[in-house]
Design a protein. Structure first.
Length: 87
């Protein structure tokens, strides 16, 4: 009886851990610091297919940063508009 209770408790603990881990799984996001940025720039200068892909990757990253900044500006404008009674 004790063995069955231990096995049951073990199954419950592992099952709960699996469920919690599956539900709260963090999203993966690349974090390229200065070192990664310099490596991409060096690859972009190398030419060929790798260079073109590296340049495209760098440009897309810069565009994403600009879009993020623009969205932040739009959020600020919406807050100002709401404070002024514009809706």
């Amino acid at each position: 009886m004790r063995t069955a209770m231990r096995i049951g408790a073990l199954v419950v603990v592992f099952g709960t851990g699996y469920l919690v881990g599956a539900v709260t799984q963090p999203t993966a996001e690349a974090q390229m610091g200065e070192m990664g940025k310099k490596a991409m720039e060096a690859a972009g200068e190398s030419g060929g297919a790798l260079g073109a892909a590296a340049k495209l990757g760098t440009q897309i990253t810069e565009m994403r940063d600009h879009v993020t900044a623009l969205n932040a500006n739009l959020d600020q404008l919406e807050k100002i508009k709401a404070l002024l009674g514009g809706g």
